[in-house]
Design a protein around this ligand. Structure first.
Ligand SMILES: Nc1ncnc2c1ncn2[C@@H]1O[C@H](COP(=O)(O)OP(=O)(O)O)[C@@H](O)[C@H]1O
Ligand SMILES: C[C@@](O)(CCOP(=O)(O)OP(=O)(O)O)CC(=O)O
Length: 512
């Protein structure tokens, strides 16, 4: 039987951090070209395990499970497992339980008539190369591979250097020690695991993952959100899982009450899943509205420092919001206006391109070689081009205003949302030619930054492309350690069925 392969993208919340936790406010999430891949195959190995899950990029990352379907579904770690993976285990338990409820025990037994091997790999972007240098002596030794590639061999910290690293490279560390870059590894992993197994067990048809709005995709969403909340032990806004399922969009969260009974009952597993997880359950009131970055622009991401602990930032901001409701409400309202106008102005650019591609490209050539503060200095020769330049300039101003409000949130709540070190770096970046805007993604902190730059797709000689200008700023920046990520926006909308041999390096990674 052929392998069943599904990939799911990572995420960057470019606007709406903290606000998106409240259903009254929507966030703008961009899905990334960097993805998690789950490959399900029949297994030739015999033994007690019905399901073997492997993550070959990590040390000691094989988990073997026995499965009972009667009297109730029970997936158990084999005693020989040397580590546990709560996310994977909970996913398997609940996927099989839901599958039995939908298609019956006999169907699931037949689908599992031979043991299965599940292999999970993530694009290199999900894990920081730099962090490996310091996590442990052992990984220090192994990380020399990376250091040798990127520094000792004189390779600059650029996108071209990243491209020279083999796909799905081994991190040389156990999962527990690896430093994540904030692209949402667990959400992308759970979504690709849930989708691939629901497909493999014939619970959803492949056609459902080829469409954006199918019942199967909604089922994947609801089950992935549940498993993710259960594994994380908390209900976040869910924008990360939503991006992994649906791709870039404007996200309004679901009311957490929809999962309350299931989460409370998990230990006894006495509740049926289907009435709650089924797409027809109206209590799932999340809202997904279409969004995509404008043509000929590129999102650039940098992994900045040692990272921030999102839950502790969230706790402090929400505590302050409760204590100073009036100030917070005013801030939330003004920030939301800016967030929504950022989304709509970016969408407007897509429409302007659709109306007059030539004027759009002409404008982009000009924008690419001048700083945003100079874009309106001289009027353009045609009114259409003037409108396009004006609209790009609006995006710049709105994104700068959002940064200002996020800094205000940080100051008022005593949380380093855009700490001064990040402000200095971002100010330097957004003052470069061709840079439209940027900020700290999600909860902010020290760990990452995003930029939107013009990407005209042809040489601007004698000028550098904005992407190159930024790579240069990052690789020569001294005050912080800044590494680019190779991710850009994913044009594919969320979870996607893949062919094993069409993804460079995937078959090789899976066969290790
Ligand atoms: N490649 C992988 N293979 C298996 N499990 C993984 C992998 N990457 C992440 N995980 C699971 O996700 C967990 C990390 O979740 P979390 O700390 O919420 O990360 P994130 O913030 O990236 O979503 C890990 O402990 C592990 O259980
Ligand atoms: C604060 C938030 O609104 C956004 C956090 O976004 P991040 O992208 O910073 O999240 P992590 O993946 O956990 O690092 C919390 C939420 O929406 O759940």
């Amino acid at each position: 039987m052929d392998a069943t392969v599904v990939s799911s993208p990572g995420k960057v919340l470019i606007a709406g951090g903290y606000l998106v936790l409240d259903r009254a406010y929507a966030g703008v999430v961009v899905s990334t070209s960097s993805r998690f891949y789950t490959v399900v195959q029949s297994s030739t190995s015999s033994g007690d395990a019905l399901i073997t899950v492997r993550s070959p990029q990590f040390l000691a990352a094989t988990w073997r499970y026995s499965v009972k379907l009667e009297p109730s579904v029970l997936v158990e770690d084999l005693p020989t497992n040397t580590s546990k993976n709560k996310f994977v285990h909970l996913a398997l338990q609940n996927i099989l339980a839901l599958a039995c409820e939908i298609k019956g025990i006999t169907h699931v037994w037949n689908a599992l008539s031979s043991a299965i091997d599940v292999c999970i790999v993530g694009d290199n972007d999900f894990y920081s190369q730099r962090a490996q240098v310091c996590v442990s002596l052992f990984t220090c030794f192994l990380a020399l591979k990376w250091a040798v590639q990127l520094e000792t061999l004189g390779l600059p910290r650029t996108l071209a250097s990243l491209n020279q690293i083999p796909p799905f490279v081994s991190t040389g560390a156990p999962l527990s020690e690896v430093h994540k870059t904030g692209l949402g590894s667990s959400a992308a992993l759970i979504t690709s695991l849930v989708s691939s197994l629901l497909l493999h067990l014939s619970i959803i048809p492949p056609s459902d993952l080829m469409e954006n709005e199918s019942e199967g995709r909604q089922l994947v969403h609801n089950l992935s959100q549940f498993v993710h909340c259960l594994a994380q032990g908390k209900v976040g806004s869910g924008f990360d899982v939503s991006a992994a399922v649906f791709g870039s969009h404007i996200y309004t969260r679901f009311e957490p009450a929809v999962l309350q009974r299931l989460l409370a009952d998990d230990a006894s597993r006495s509740q049926p899943l289907l009435p709650i997880i089924h797409p027809s359950n109206k209590a799932w009131n999340h809202h997904i509205s279409n969004f995509q970055l404008p043509p000929f622009t590129r999102m650039m991401l940098a992994d900045v420092d040692a990272g921030s602990d999102t839950p502790s930032l969230v706790g402090k901001v929400l505590k302050w919001r409760k204590e100073d409701g009036t100030t917070a409400d005013a801030l939330w309202s003004s920030l939301d206006l800016l967030n929504q106008s950022l989304a709509q102005t970016l969408i407007k650019l897509k429409d302007l391109y659709a109306k007059d591609a030539e004027s759009y490209k002409n404008s982009l050539n000009f924008l690419s070689i001048s700083k945003a503060t100079e874009w309106l200095a001289r009027p353009r020769s045609s009114p259409v081009e003037q409108t396009i330049v004006l609209t790009f300039s609006e995006v710049h101003q709105i994104s700068q205003a959002i940064r200002g409000k996020m800094r205000e949130m940080g100051t008022l709540s005593g949380v380093p949302i855009e700490p001064i070190e990040q402000t200095e770096l971002l100010d330097l970046c957004v003052s470069q030619p061709g840079v439209i805007g940027g900020g700290v993604p999600g909860a902010g902190g020290y760990d990452a930054l995003w930029l939107l730059v013009c990407d005209p797709g042809h040489s601007l000689s004698p000028h550098q492309q904005p992407v190159e200008v930024i790579e240069n700023v990052w690789s020569t920046y001294k005050k912080l350690d800044v590494s680019p990520l190779s991710a850009m926006e994913s044009m594919a909308k969320g979870a996607r069925i893949e062919q094993l041999d069409k993804i460079p390096g995937l078959r090789n990674a899976v066969s290790h």
